[in-house]
Unconditional design. Structure first.
Length: 684
């Protein structure tokens, strides 16, 4: 049966499908079927469509491929390409000064006293001078062979030719063998042949003057004198054997007066001088910076460095053959490795067990470093040379700095100990940040693991939510029963918390009560404070109405001032005002905050009629939940004191916290002496 069915289906499947019936009333159907079907149009693609860009035309068509774009940074990159050629002559020992001049018409002139670009006929292009070949041909130059330049920055051979291509006009003069030669170009095309001007004395080298092309950079594009000034000065720091002379026409000077019309840069101290100038009066962790230089490191090249640690965020400025490498590279990796390994080794020898936890991030976070390497045939990422890719550079830096850093640490053990402690603090902060991020991540997925003693409120949003920080489990128990569970959370703390004003970061990081408090709030500390992550609108310190309670409240306020000052500035911190006394007469009950309030209430509320029963609360834990709610936690009846910061520099909150809570007992003694008469008056 199944075979017959299968055979029948197979037979039917081979039958041609009948055409669908059309209504007889569709006269256009036949015409539509007979009409030719439209064919897709295919554009012609022949050899005539292949365009060949010659000379410097690729640069003008796609300037971003050569200088990174056409913005202000790219405009000033033209200056970098020209001065780099002069710096290569200086580093090679053939020039000792470079002149940079910003002219009144907006053109820029760079002059050196090096050997001068060759002007004799090129052996491959016999109808052109070597100067014209260099100025008009990509990948033409004398830096591919280390016989001419042992180290150089412009290894692509496109630098000055790109400047020529992107200049509306460029004039170049070469003084060689007491003869002066000149040639002029417009947008990369020679306007004149190489002409011999005549004999010159006491002059040699190359002078290049160029006007950036407004067709490329825009009609309003112009060199920034301040930026040129800074770039020229940085070059002088990178090679102590060169003097750079700066000049700017008065018409081009900015009105702020910070850029001089003329200046001379010569820094024999090199990068050490550069670092000291950059840091200025910034507070240093160590008394001396780690600096030095080596020649012919590991067979070839040289390294110069200067590193100092400050209380501010650090920076690294690195260079290869005087070329800035703002995106770092292999030479910076070598520096990081040396500093990390050296500090870890010193920490192990000195018995600092926590040094093992530090990473390169901790070491470099506040390190301000200058690093300059001179190597043969460096490899950069991209024509703009923002990142060094030569693997050998890392090995050279590590070999050059390793022993020097160990010696520097051993020579100044006090500085070394301070530095180790400082970096360990950064490591502890990093660990704490990671923990806070984990809490935030868990909170976002509703898997937040809060401190065990925290009785959180039911609502999820921060608006209207309150966190009561109470003293001890007994008070915590009463507060948990007295609270509004929907919007009030309670966190009991055990006794007096750590005085953060006099404790080190190590003790602060190890204190469980503070860790619980930070975790419960969820907003981070110090520079990592995030207002949007605060889990409660109000944070209420609720301690006993006695001396011990006031001390605990002072410690908590100190913590918030030191670690979360922005929480106070945003108006989130409050002090609860619990009663110290319960006053009862017959069916009438009132509560008094302190002794003075007790006497006032007895005189006003009871008017001396009959005996008033006075009960003194030993603490919040002695109060019934109903009493605590009625007097301290009920939003309709309670009194809250808002904590604010007095920003006055010496007489404000910072000065008071330092004097009363800091680690200087003489400051507290002076505070007591200054207020001794006030204390006597209270006793009376």
């Amino acid at each position: 049966m199944s075979e017959d069915l299968f055979s029948g289906n197979a037979a039917r499947s081979r039958e041609p499908r009948a055409a669908p019936r059309r209504p007889a009333s569709d006269p256009l159907a036949t015409l539509r079927e007979a009409a030719p079907k439209p064919q897709p149009q295919v554009s012609d693609y022949t050899a005539a469509d292949i365009e060949v860009l010659e000379g410097l035309e690729p640069v003008r068509r796609r300037p971003g491929m050569y200088i990174g774009g056409t913005d202000e940074k790219a405009l000033h990159h033209l200056f970098a390409e020209v001065i780099d050629n002069s710096m290569d002559e200086a580093v090679a020992g053939h020039a000792n000064f470079i002149e940079v001049a910003l002219e009144a018409d907006g053109s820029l002139t760079v002059t050196d006293n090096g050997r001068g670009i060759p002007v004799d006929p090129h052996p491959k292009y016999t109808n052109k001078s070597a100067l014209e070949v260099i100025m008009t041909t990509l990948h033409a130059g004398g830096k591919f062979d280390s016989k001419v330049y042992e180290t150089s920055g412009g290894l692509h051979g496109v630098g000055v030719s790109v400047v020529n291509a992107l200049s509306e006009r460029l004039e170049v003069e070469v003084a060689r063998n007491r003869r002066l030669y000149r040639q002029t170009y417009a947008r990369g095309v020679p306007m004149t042949a190489l002409e011999e001007v005549g004999e010159v004395h006491n002059r040699r080298g190359t002078r290049t003057r160029f006007w950036p092309d407004p067709q490329i950079f825009g009609e309003t594009a112009a060199f920034d004198p301040a930026r040129l000034f800074a770039m020229a000065r940085s070059k002088a720091y990178l090679f102590g054997g060169v003097e750079i002379r700066w000049a700017c026409d008065a018409a081009r000077l900015p009105a702020d007066g910070r850029t001089p019309a003329r200046a001379t840069f010569h820094f024999p101290g090199g990068l050490k001088d550069y670092l000291e100038t950059s840091l200025g009066a910034e507070h240093r962790v160590t008394t001396q910076s780690f600096s030095g230089r080596t020649e012919k490191a590991s067979g070839h090249g040289a390294v110069e460095w200067a590193v100092s640690w400050t209380s501010a965020d650090g920076f690294v400025r690195s260079y290869c053959n005087t070329i800035p490498t703002p995106e770092g590279g292999t030479h910076e990796a070598g520096l990081r490795n040396v500093l990390l390994r050296g500090l870890k080794a010193f920490g192990e020898v000195s018995g600092n067990k926590k040094a093992a936890m530090i990473t390169a991030e901790d070491v470099m976070l506040t390190a301000s470093a200058m690093l300059s390497v001179f190597i043969r045939e460096p490899e950069f990422v991209g024509q703009t040379k923002d990142r060094l890719a030569t693997l050998e550079a890392q090995r050279i830096v590590e070999a050059s700095l390793r022993d020097s850093f160990d010696i520097w640490l051993a020579a100044s053990p006090q500085d070394a100990a301070r530095l180790i402690d400082w970096v360990v603090e950064r490591a502890e902060e990093r660990v704490r940040r990671r923990q806070e991020k984990e809490v935030s991540r868990k909170s976002a997925t509703r898997k937040l693991r809060l401190p065990g003693k925290l009785a959180d409120c039911s609502q999820t949003g921060a608006t209207g939510a309150e966190l009561f920080i109470v003293e001890g489990d007994s008070a915590g128990g009463s507060a948990k029963q007295a609270r509004d569970r929907m919007r009030q959370a309670v966190l009991p703390l055990r006794g007096k918390i750590l005085n953060v004003a006099s404790a080190g970061r190590e003790k602060l990081g190890a204190n469980q009560q503070i860790a619980d408090l930070i975790q419960a709030l969820g907003c981070g500390t110090r520079g990592r404070y995030r207002e949007e992550d605060l889990r409660y609108e109000r944070v209420v310190i609720m301690t006993d109405a006695d001396v011990d309670g006031a001390h605990i409240a002072s410690l908590l306020i100190t913590f918030f001032f030191q670690e979360m000052p922005e929480l106070i500035r945003q108006g989130h911190l409050f002090l609860a005002v619990p009663p110290l006394y319960r006053l009862a007469q017959g069916g009438k009950v009132v509560y008094a905050r302190d002794d003075a309030d007790r006497e006032r209430l007895i005189a006003r509320e009871f008017k001396g009629k009959g005996k008033v029963e006075v009960s003194r609360f030993k603490g919040l834990g002695e109060m019934l939940p109903a009493q605590l709610k009625e007097t301290t936690m009920d939003v309709r009846r309670r009194t809250l004191l808002k904590v604010e910061i007095d920003e006055a520099p010496e007489s404000g909150t910072a000065g008071a916290v330092d004097a009363l809570m800091g680690n200087r007992p003489e400051a507290r003694f002076r505070f007591i002496q200054d207020r001794a008469a006030f204390a006597v008056d209270l006793d009376v």
